[in-house]
Design a protein around this ligand. Structure first.
Ligand SMILES: [Zn+2]
Length: 291
């Protein structure tokens, strides 16, 4: 038999649905649009897809939406444009996304994804800064500001005001799978320590009993409003994509190593399997040239 097919990874879509009830969880997500043509679930799945496959911007996603198989996975009859993403994400249900992240993390812990790498039996979490949406020209009322010196090709250094958003995330760091547990955004005039204390105060509420063993702080801070809902939604979806794709890849890293599957082939199989959420029951096709 020539053109022997590469070793197949199990289906990523199957993993998401069977282990995390991903599709059911996505169906519960909402945004504030009235009777939208494109559902919040479709928007969520499209952004999730873009992060899993590390698309650099919406433009390549728009090109991929031309493929019927992807549209079918997203539950779309036709492709949408970036204004749909913008409107949906700017009013997205952040509590639903947070809850999904918590459920995924709890499930990873139950399935012992954080057991490898324990430090003397302990799970370690750390705080990490996340930054998004920096601009010299556009800002919103919750933007943070800083002065930045830029060098032009010929002229003297120019100092300009840069607007940006910054958050503090709490992330598992001892295990090979390193999901964010929660993210808290800095308000204008606030230091990271304030946001960090607020974030750590939320964790028991989100996760119940202590989820990790090292890193604890007391806090008296109340939860602040989210400065930019669209950015917050995108950050949470990125967190989900990061946790789930790295957990899946790690779970099957033995297969990848054993069969020396090239990275591109892993990506191709993940890509294809994600589209096959409910594969039709039929006999496998015989590879060309099989005897
Ligand atoms: Zn802003």
């Amino acid at each position: 038999m020539k053109d022997k097919p590469a070793h197949q990874l199990p289906s990523f879509a199957g993993y998401l649905n069977q282990v995390f009830a991903f599709r059911t969880a996505a169906e519960r997500l909402r945004d504030a649009r009235q009777d939208p043509e494109f559902s919040p679930q479709s928007v969520f799945l499209a952004v999730f897809y873009a992060f899993v496959f590390r698309l650099p911007s919406f433009q390549p996603l728009e090109a991929e939406l031309a493929q019927p198989a992807l549209r079918s996975w997203l539950g779309l009859e036709r492709a949408f444009r970036d204004d749909v993403l913008r409107y949906s994400l700017c009013s997205f249900d952040l509590d639903g996304l947070r809850q999904m992240l918590v459920t995924v993390n709890r499930c990873l812990k139950r399935n012992k994804a954080f057991d490898a790498g324990r430090l003397q039996g302990r799970i370690v979490a750390a705080l990490d800064g996340i930054e998004g949406l920096s601009s010299y020209s556009r800002c919103c009322e919750s933007c943070l500001q800083r002065r930045v010196t830029t060098l032009d090709d010929d002229g003297p250094p120019v100092e300009r005001t840069q607007y940006y958003h910054r958050a503090v995330g709490c992330q598992i760091v001892s295990a090979p799978v390193k999901p964010f547990l929660a993210v808290e955004w800095l308000q204008p005039g606030e230091g990271e320590d304030t946001a960090a204390r607020r974030l750590l105060a939320q964790l028991p509420e989100l996760y119940g009993s202590p989820f990790f063993d090292i890193l604890l702080l007391d806090s008296l801070y109340a939860q602040a409003p989210v400065p930019n809902r669209g950015l917050a939604a995108v950050t949470l979806i990125r967190g989900l994509a990061f946790a789930l794709s790295s957990a899946f890849t790690l779970l099957h890293s033995k297969i990848v190593r054993l069969y020396q599957t090239p990275r591109i082939e892993v990506a191709r199989q993940l890509h294809r399997s994600l589209w096959q959420m409910q594969p039709p029951a039929r006999a496998p096709t015989v590879p060309a040239g099989a005897s």
